[in-house]
Design a protein around this ligand. Structure first.
Ligand SMILES: [Zn+2]
Ligand SMILES: [Zn+2]
Ligand SMILES: [Zn+2]
Length: 144
């Protein structure tokens, strides 16, 4: 099943209709690079309003089809992902993003809940570094 079919199916399962403009957003999404901004989608889905783009991306986030990546420069990117709870490893040199699922913060969360009386409802973790190919370039003295 293609990503597009999978997303359409997931929308339908949750009772969301795939309207013409929604489909255009979905098509833009599967064509987009590995991670993208809403501005990229504006370019890839001409004629679809910004508000519709934001709403659709938010809906897809709620349906766990799209995740958010916080780049080191503070910009928020989006990424097609159906894998559920996960985090990102971001190369600060080339901007490559990889997912990882191992997330062992349960003891921290429990301790926080105990010490602060908060009901903890979520967390967000991004890890920044230099990827293997960028490290090779750096070692070879090739300027970035
Ligand atoms: Zn992700
Ligand atoms: Zn890199
Ligand atoms: Zn986590």
């Amino acid at each position: 099943m293609s990503d597009l079919d999978l997303i359409v199916q997931r929308l339908a399962l949750r009772g969301h209709r795939v309207t013409g403009s929604r489909l255009r957003v979905l098509e833009a999404l599967v064509q987009a690079p590995a991670h993208f901004t809403v501005d990229d989608l504006v370019r890839l889905a001409p004629g679809v309003g910004r508000a519709t783009l934001f709403r659709t991306v938010k809906l897809l986030q709620d349906l766990n089809v799209v995740c958010r990546v916080l780049m080191e420069d503070g910009s928020l990117h989006y990424r097609l992902s159906t894998r559920g709870h996960h985090h990102h490893l971001v190369c600060r040199n080339c901007g490559r993003v990889e997912d990882f699922s191992k997330c062992d913060v349960s003891s921290l969360v429990e301790e926080l809940a105990r010490n602060t009386a908060y009901q903890i409802e979520g967390h967000w973790l991004e890890v920044y570094g230099t990827c293997a190919s960028c490290r090779i370039l750096v070692q070879a003295g090739v300027p970035a």
